[in-house]
Design a protein around this ligand. Sequence first.
Ligand code: AMP
Ligand code: MG
Length: 356
Amino acid sequence: MKTEIIRIDPVRPEPYKLEYCGAVLRYGGLVAFPTETVYGLGANAFLDNAVRKVFEAKGRPADNPLIVHVAYYASAESAGEFADGRQRNLFYALGAKFWPGPLTMIIKKRSVIPDSVSCGLDTVGIRMPSNRIAAGLLRAARVPIAAPSANSSGRPSPTRFEHVLEDMYGKVDVIIDGGECSVGVESTVLDLNGPEPTVLRPGAVTREDIARVAGTCGEYGWSSADLHVDKPRSPGMKYRHYAPKARMLMFSGTPDAVRRAILARLRAEKTAGKRVGVLETEEQICYYNEADVLLSLGPENEPRAHAQALFAALRQFDAAGVDVIFARALEAEGVDDAVMNRMFRAAGGTVLPAEE
Ligand code: AMP
Ligand code: MG
């Protein structure tokens, strides 16, 4: 397939380019576009055929549903037509507070959304992105857009145009080159169907943020054996994901204990002739000069910087031909909950305790 590349200004998106890309979407084409979280791969959510092509382009498992993206309006009310009566108040309250932004709400599905979007579930995830290109594109498309992250299934999500090019060139109609994603990890997925709102996938809107509006907020624990269960609440959670080609080993413990554990393993791997990478915070990275590739997650106490850096770093290790990546499990607080969720799954679901 011929892929068209269109550069759009992230600060002042050119209206004629948005109109063009919006029309490609409306008539059933696939367009990869930046959002504030990661790049998305969009299709007209009302067109069954277009939605199917998204699964094909990504190699996405057929039971992993897509999030439906809606345009920015003055309030969340127009999107509320998707919600059923019981959920509507909570949906509006959370939408008023966090939309446009990195929050996806799972509500009962209306029949206008084809089964191919929800993979047969009776629920659907809805999000209103804030990124200017995404918002303008959705307005120009004049239809809701089903969009997963624009990576090949299983690979780290794309936070830059170059990442999308790597995975999607030749498989989609248009790739928009629209700069870097500011958040860097996917949206918070919040289920509104239970007795209390429940976070299924952590993101930049934290459980505490939601509880402040909703009064209460549950969390579907991700760090336990959830990765291996057959029928998780959110189908996407069961797949090994975000994985670099290199083996990733994650250690928990104090920074000192982790440093000793990593250095010991690192030397063993080097002796065995392996290329080694270390992913650490700015404060710790200086201790690993023996590694072949050192990448920083940013300052220890800036979780938002970690989120922004993670996926690009994983892809950079791959580009540098690293065999093993060592990383430390950070305290999963605030946005670091989302960062650790992704890192944990990139590491295949195991964290090694570093001995004191
Ligand atoms: P991605 O589009 O790659 O960010 O993945 C979307 C995530 O949202 C996956 O983890 C899905 O399993 C989850 N998701 C989408 N729709 C639903 C739904 N109706 N119920 C539960 N999880 C959903
Ligand atoms: Mg994804």
